[in-house]
Design a protein around this ligand. Structure first.
Ligand code: GTP
Ligand code: MG
Length: 1113
C-alpha cells in the first residue's frame, strides 16, 4: 500500500470536499501511463527510480509487451497540499482509438481530467476526441504538455523557439475547446430564439433582428487553458520533472523581490524584464527581447540539459546542483547514462507529481461541486425531460449535489464497466502472513481433522464388518464432506474469473452486503413508484416491476491499480470496485436503494464496433466452453459485441484490429481456456442503387441501350424464377407482384436517395428510433412526455429532409414516409404513393397536445395488413439481393396496393367491392402490435388458404417486390471506409503513399506540421483493405509512422458488379469476356462465398488447349 495506510484513505473518503476523481486522457503514446507512474511513485507505491519504466497501471501482460494501455484502471492516492489532505482517485485510460470505449467508462465516473499533449506531436485526433468526450460529460479538464525534453534533445530547438512552439500547441488545444463552446452557445441561442419567437408571435411583429450570436456575452474565459490561469503544467514525465507557472513565480518572487501576483500574470505572455528600470514591460517580441518565460524558466532547463545530457560537463553540473540546493547521490552522478543524473536532479528540483497534483487539487472540482446541469443530464434518459420525472426522483437531485452521506440519504451508484480479475488476486484469497494465534488455531484444526478422520475410518471399517451393504449415512456423509471441503473449492477457484464492477457512489453510503435495486436502462421511476408499496426497500421481496431487479453488493473494494483492498463501506463521492454483481449487471448499470432513482443516461461511445470475426473451438466438443467464454468476454468489455448470426456462427464484433487481438487473447487464455480459431475478419458491406449512368465504361454517351440491357436481365431472372407468372416488371422499373393466392397485388419502385439524405438519416439514427418509439406508444394510445428539445430535433430533422428532397420526383415525399428500415430506423425509406390511401404519417408525434386526439382519429383509417407491408419492407432492406447485406440509401415507393375482399377476415368480408381501398376497416387495427410474428394471431386465420395466412403472403410478396424493384435499377456495393491520419517524416513519405495506393486508399490532404519535419497525411481507406495496414506501414517505415484507423463513412464503389459489355465500344475495349478486375464483383463474390450463396464463377476460365508460342509453328 505504500506510505499511506488503508485507515488514512478510509478517513479521507468521508470528506468529499477533499476528494478529486480524475482521469488521464490523451492521444495514444503521449505519456499518460508514464505520468501516472510518477504520481503513483509520489505515494511510495513504486520506487521513483522505476517511475516511467514500470508503467504500473498497465498491469496486463499484453499491455506491457505492446507498450500501450488497453484497459482503464484506477488507483487512490493521498496528497498533502498546503494544510489540507486530499484523496485522489486517479484513472488511467487508453489512448488507442480501438479502446475509446474504455475512455467513456472512465470519464463518466470522474469530475475532472488531466489532458496530456505531446509537445512534439501536438493536438492529434484522439486529443480532440477526448476533449470532446470530457466536454460532453461536463467534466473539467486541466492540461499537461508532456515530453518537453523531446524539444531539447530531439528537435534541438532553442528556448525561444520552444516558447513559440508551446504557444502554438496551447492555441491548438484552445481552438478545440473554443469550437465546442461556440457550438453549445449557438445551440442555446437557437433555443432561446425559438422561445422568443413564440412569445413575439402574440405581441407585435415589429421586431428588429438581433444578429449577435450571443457569443459576446457568454463568458468562456474559464474554459481555456492558459499557464497564468494555473491550469497548465509543462512536464517531461520520463525525466520526472514538471512545473506550473506558480512554482516559478514563487521561486522568483523570493529571489528577485517581485510580487508573486505580478509574476503570475507576466511569466506567460509577451512580457520582458527591463533590468535597468527594474520593471516588467510589455512587448517583448516587438523589441526583440526574451520573454520572461524564456528567460526565467526555459533557459534554466535548457542549460541543465545542456550541461548534463549534451556536454556532460561535470563542473557545471556541480555548480547547478549546489545552486539548486538538491542532493545527488554519488552513484547517480557516476552512472553512465546521463538521464539518470538528470532525473535525479530534476525530480528533486521540479517534481512532476507535485506540480500536477497541486494543480489537480486547486483546479479540478470536488464531488461537491457537481453542477445541477450535469445531474439533470445524467438522470434524464432519452427523450424524457427532467421536470417530467416524478417528484421523488427530482428530489434526488439534492442528494447528488450535496453528496449526502447522512443516514437517510439514498445510496446511488453507477457502474460504468465490469472487469474480470483472477479470483486468486482478490484480497480475501490473498496469502498473508499468519499471526501466532492463527497458526495455533490452524494447528488445532488440523489435529482435530486428523482425529476425526481416524475415528471415521474406524467406524466405517466397523460398520462395514457388522452390516454389509448398508451405509451408515452419518459417518460416510461426514467423510464425503471432508473430502469435498479439501479439494473442490480450490479446483473451482482455479479457473474462475471474478467480475468486479467499476463504479462510483454519487449519494449515500454503500455498505458491504447491502441490498440494492438494479435499474435497467429502460426502467421508469414513475411506473416503479406506482407499483411498489411505499417505503419498500431492496431487501424486501420485490413484486414484478419491469426493468428492476435486486442484488446485494457482496464485497466492496478500494481500487489500487494492480491490487484491491477490501472495504466495509464507501461514502458518496468515491470510486470503488463492487464484487458479486456479475449475475445482475451485464456491462453498466445504475444501482440505488431508492426505487425513485432514474437510470443514468447510457455511456456515449465514440468508436463503432465494425470488425467482426466468426470464432469456433478447435475441438467441436468444446463449444459450450466457448459459448460461456464469449458470454464472459461480452461482460468484461464495454465495447465488444458477441452474437450468434442467422447463419449459426458465433461472431465477435470489435472496434479494430488491436481490440480484436486482445479479445481473442482474452478468450483463449482467460474466459474459455480452449484453443479457438477465428475466421478472417468479416467485412460489412451495404447494397444500394444508383441512377443509371449517362456514359458507358469507355466514356461514350449512352442512349437507351443500357436501360434495355438491364430490363432484359431482370426479365430473364424473372422468367427463371418460380414467381414468373405473378411478377411483372414494366420498362420504368415498376415491379408488380401478386401473392400466391392471387388476392393481393403490390407495385413497388426503387429509387436511389440523394447522398445527403442517406448521410442525414445515418446521423439521425437515434432520432428516428425515438420517432418510432413515440409512434408506437401513440398507436397504443399512451402519451409520452417528450422534452421540447427532442420534438424540436425531430422537427428540424423533418425540415432538413424536406430541404434535401426537392424536385418534382420528391414532391410531398417527406409527408408520405411510411417507414424507415431496416429495423425501423435504418437509412432506407418506404414511401406511400398509393393513390387514395391515407395513413398517419411517421411525423404524427409532432402533432401533440390537442392535436393528439386528431391524430388518433386519423390513425383509425389505417388499412388492414399495413403491418405486413412494413414488415416486408423491413425484411427486404435487411438483406439485399446482391449478397444479402443490408440496404442503404434506397427509397421504395409503393405505388399500388390492391386486396381482394376475400382476403379479409371473415366478419369483414361482407364489405362490397372488388378491392377495398382506404375506408376504415376496423378500429382494432390501431391497437395491434407491429410485430409481424404476432400478426399471424389475427382473426384472419379463417381466411388462410393453402398458401398460408394472408399477412404472411403479403410480407413475402412485399419483400420479393422490393428485391425485384431493387434489381431493376443499377446496383452498387457500398464499402465501409476508415479515415486515418498518418504522421511521417519526409524520408518515408513515399513509402506511406505506396502502401496507401496498394490498398485502394485515397489521400485527402497532406500538410507539414509546423516546427517539425513531420508530415500529416489524412487518407481514407476501405475497411476491406485495412487488415494488416498498420503493421505494413510500420514495417515499411521502420516504425516511424503508425496510423490509427477510425470508421468514418460508407462509400459507393463505383464499379458495377454485374457489368458486362453491352455497347459496341465496350466490346471493342474490354473484349467479349471482359474479365479485367472488377473490385465490386470480387467483394460481392467473397461475401457470397462466405455465406454459402451461389457464386457465378467458372471453374475453368480458359478452356483452350495450351499452346506453345514458338514462332516456327
Ligand atoms: N521523451 C519522452 N518520452 C516519454 C515521455 N513520457 C513518456 N514517454 C515515452 O512515450 C511512450 C509512451 O508512453 P506511455 O506512458 O505508455 O503512453 P500512454 O499515453 O500511456 O499510451 P497509451 O496508454 O497506449 O495511450 C513510452 O515509450 C514512454 O517512454 C517524456 O516525457 N519524454
Ligand atoms: Mg497508457
Amino acid at each position: 500500500m505504500g506510505l499511506t495506510s488503508l485507515d488514512k484513505i478510509i478517513a479521507l473518503q468521508r470528506n468529499p470536499a477533499n476528494i478529486r476523481n480524475l482521469c488521464i486522457l490523451a492521444h495514444v503514446d503521449h505519456g499518460k501511463t508514464t505520468l501516472a507512474d510518477c504520481l503513483v511513485a509520489s505515494n511510495g507505491i513504486i520506487s521513483s527510480r522505476l517511475a516511467g519504466k514500470l508503467r504500473y497501471l498497465d498491469s496486463r501482460e499484453d499491455e506491457q509487451i505492446r507498450g500501450i494501455t488497453m484497459k482503464s484502471s484506477a488507483i487512490s492516492l493521498h496528497y498533502r497540499h498546503g494544510d489540507q489532505e486530499y484523496l485522489l482517485n486517479l484513472i488511467d485510460s487508453p489512448g488507442h482509438v480501438d479502446f475509446s470505449s474504455e475512455v467513456s467508462t472512465a470519464v463518466r465516473l470522474c469530475d475532472g481530467a488531466i489532458v496530456v499533449v505531446d509537445a512534439v506531436e501536438g493536438v492529434c485526433p484522439q486529443t480532440q476526441a477526448v476533449l470532446r468526450q470530457a466536454w460532453l460529460e461536463n467534466i473539467r479538464p486541466v492540461l499537461v504538455i508532456n515530453k518537453i525534453d523531446r524539444l531539447i534533445v530531439e528537435l534541438k530547438l532553442t528556448s525561444q523557439e520552444a516558447y513559440t512552439h508551446l504557444q502554438k500547441i496551447l492555441e491548438q488545444v484552445n481552438a478545440v475547446t473554443g469550437t465546442l463552446f461556440t457550438s453549445k452557445v449557438l445551440e442555446e441561442r437557437a433555443e432561446k430564439e425559438k422561445e422568443e419567437e413564440e412569445d413575439s408571435e402574440t405581441s407585435s411583429g415589429n421586431q428588429v433582428y438581433d444578429w449577435s450570436a450571443g457569443l459576446e456575452e457568454a463568458d468562456d474565459s474559464h474554459l481555456y487553458f492558459s499557464p497564468d490561469q494555473g491550469n497548465v503544467v509543462f512536464a517531461s514525465a520520463i525525466d520526472g520533472w514538471g512545473f506550473s507557472i506558480q512554482q516559478f513565480a514563487h521561486i522568483y518572487s523570493q529571489r528577485m523581490g517581485i510580487k508573486a501576483e505580478v509574476l503570475l500574470k507576466t511569466l506567460w505572455g509577451d512580457f520582458y524584464l527591463n533590468a535597468k528600470a527594474k520593471k516588467i514591460m510589455r512587448g517583448a517580441q516587438a523589441k526583440g527581447k526574451k520573454q520572461l518565460f524564456v528567460q526565467l524558466v526555459l533557459d534554466n532547463i535548457w542549460s541543465l540539459y545542456d550541461a548534463v545530457v549534451t556536454r556532460r560537463d561535470k563542473e557545471k553540473v556541480e555548480k547547478v546542483v549546489t545552486s539548486l540546493g538538491v542532493k545527488v547521490m554519488a552513484r547517480d552522478s557516476r552512472h553512465s547514462d546521463p538521464k539518470v543524473l538528470l532525473s535525479a536532479i530534476c525530480s528533486q528540483w521540479l517534481p512532476v507529481s507535485q506540480a500536477v497534483l497541486s494543480m489537480v487539487c486547486e483546479k479540478l472540482p470536488s464531488p461537491l461541486d457537481m453542477t445541477a446541469e450535469r445531474v439533470e443530464k445524467l438522470m434524464s434518459v432519452g427523450a424524457r425531460r427532467f421536470d417530467s420525472l416524478p417528484e421523488q426522483t427530482q428530489e434526488l437531485k439534492r442528494a447528488f449535489l450535496q453528496c449526502s452521506i447522512g443516514g437517510i440519504a439514498p445510496a446511488i451508484v453507477f457502474v460504468s464497466k465490469m472487469f474480470a480479475i483472477d479470483t486468486k488476486a482478490l484480497p480475501q484469497n490473498r496469502q498473508r502472513p499468519l499471526t501466532q494465534e492463527e497458526i495455533a488455531q490452524r494447528r488445532e484444526l488440523a489435529r482435530q481433522r486428523h482425529a476425526d478422520r481416524m475415528t471415521a475410518d474406524q467406524t466405517a471399517a466397523e460398520s462395514c464388518m457388522s452390516q454389509e451393504g448398508q451405509l451408515t449415512g452419518h459417518s460416510t456423509g461426514k467423510m464425503e464432506s471432508l473430502t469435498l471441503k479439501d479439494s473442490k473449492p480450490e479446483e473451482e477457484e482455479e479457473q474462475k474469473e471474478t467480475f468486479i464492477a467499476f463504479a462510483r457512489v454519487y449519494s449515500g453510503v454503500v455498505k458491504k452486503g447491502q441490498r440494492v435495486f438494479v435499474l435497467g436502462p429502460k426502467y421508469d421511476p414513475a411506473q416503479g413508484l406506482s407499483m411498489l408499496p411505499e417505503g419498500c426497500s431492496a431487501s424486501d421481496c420485490v413484486p414484478e416491476v419491469p426493468h428492476l431487479s435486486c442484488c446485494s453488493m457482496e464485497s466492496l473494494y478500494l481500487l489500487m491499480g494492480r491490487e484491491l483492498e477490501e472495504l466495509e463501506e464507501v461514502p458518496a463521492g468515491n470510486v470503488l470496485g463492487i464484487g458479486g454483481l456479475e449475475e445482475c449487471v451485464l456491462k453498466s448499470a445504475t444501482l440505488s436503494t431508492s426505487p425513485a432513482c432514474s437510470p443514468f443516461i447510457p455511456l456515449n461511445f465514440e468508436a463503432t464496433p465494425i470488425v467482426r470475426v466468426a470464432v469456433e473451438p478447435k475441438h467441436p466438443s468444446e463449444m459450450p466452453k466457448l459459448v460461456r467464454g464469449m458470454r464472459l468476454l461480452n461482460q468484461a468489455d464495454p465495447c465488444a459485441e458477441v452474437l450468434i448470426q442467422e447463419t449459426g456462427e458465433h461472431v465477435l464484433v470489435t472496434a479494430g484490429e488491436v481490440h480484436l487481438q486482445r479479445c481473442l487473447d482474452d478468450l483463449r487464455d482467460r474466459f474459455a481456456k480452449i484453443e479457438i480459431s477465428a475466421s478472417k475478419p468479416i467485412i460489412p458491406f451495404r447494397e444500394t442503387v444508383v441512377r443509371p449512368p449517362k456514359v458507358d465504361m469507355v466514356n461514350e454517351d449512352l442512349g437507351k441501350q443500357q436501360k434495355v440491357a438491364i430490363i432484359h436481365q431482370v426479365k430473364e431472372d424473372a422468367s427463371q424464377g418460380r414467381l414468373s407468372d405473378t411478377l411483372h416488371v414494366d420498362p420504368s422499373g415498376l415491379v408488380t407482384l401478386t401473392t400466391p393466392n392471387r388476392l393481393a397485388t403490390v407495385s413497388v419502385r426503387a429509387i436511389p436517395l440523394p447522398q445527403e439524405v442517406t448521410l442525414l438519416m445515418e446521423s439521425s439514427m437515434e432520432l428516428i428510433r425515438t420517432v418510432e418509439q413515440l409512434n408506437m406508444s401513440l398507436r397504443e394510445g399512451k402519451s409520452l412526455d417528450v422534452s421540447l428539445r427532442t420534438l424540436e430535433a425531430i422537427a428540424g430533422f423533418k425540415a432538413q429532409l424536406e430541404s434535401l428532397l426537392q424536385g418534382r420526383k420528391w414532391r410531398n415525399a417527406v409527408e408520405r414516409i411510411w417507414s424507415f428500415g431496416p429495423r425501423r430506423y435504418g437509412p432506407n425509406i418506404l414511401l406511400n404513393n398509393v393513390e387514395g390511401y391515407q395513413r398517419p404519417s411517421v411525423w404524427q408525434c409532432l402533432a401533440r397536445g390537442d392535436k393528439a386526439g386528431e391524430a388518433r382519429a386519423q390513425a383509425a383509417v389505417i388499412r388492414d395488413f399495413d403491418n405486413s407491408i412494413v414488415s416486408g419492407f423491413q425484411l427486404a432492406t435487411l438483406s439485399g439481393p446482391m449478397c444479402e447485406e443490408p440496404l442503404m440509401g434506397v427509397c421504395f415507393s409503393m405505388e399500388r396496393w390492391d386486396i381482394q375482399s376475400s382476403a379479409l377476415p371473415q366478419h369483414q368480408g361482407s364489405l362490397e367491392g372488388d378491392s377495398i381501398s382506404h375506408e376504415a376497416l376496423s378500429d382494432s387495427t390501431v391497437e395491434r402490435s407491429t410485430e409481424p410474428s404476432q400478426a399471424t394471431h389475427r382473426p384472419e386465420a379463417a381466411s388462410a388458404d393453402c398458401y398460408g395466412p394472408v399477412s404472411g403472403q403479403l410480407i413475402a410478396a412485399m419483400k420479393e417486390a422490393c428485391r425485384h424493384a431493387f434489381q431493376a435499377q443499377p446496383q452498387r456495393l457500398m464499402a465501409a471506409m476508415y479515415t486515418c491520419e498518418i504522421m511521417a517524416t519526409a524520408e518515408v513519405l513515399g513509402r506511406v503513399y505506396g502502401v496507401l495506393g496498394k490498398r485502394e486508399g485515397r489521400v485527402l490532404h497532406e500538410e507539414m506540421k509546423e516546427g517539425t519535419d513531420m508530415f500529416i497525411i489524412k487518407a481514407v481507406l476501405p475497411v476491406a483493405e485495412s487488415f494488416g495496414f498498420a503493421d505494413e506501414i510500420r514495417k515499411r517505415t521502420s516504425g516511424l509512422a503508425s496510423p490509427q484507423l477510425v470508421f468514418s463513412h460508407w462509400e459507393v464503389i463505383s464499379s458495377d458488379p454485374y457489368w458486362v459489355p453491352t455497347t459496341e465500344e465496350e466490346y471493342l475495349h474490354f473484349g467479349e469476356k471482359a474479365d479485367s478486375a472488377n473490385q465490386a464483383l470480387k467483394y460481392m463474390n467473397a461475401v457470397r462465398r462466405r455465406k454459402g450463396l451461389y457464386v457465378e464463377e467458372k471453374i475453368v476460365e480458359h478452356a483452350e488447349k495450351q499452346r506453345t508460342l514458338s514462332k516456327n509453328k
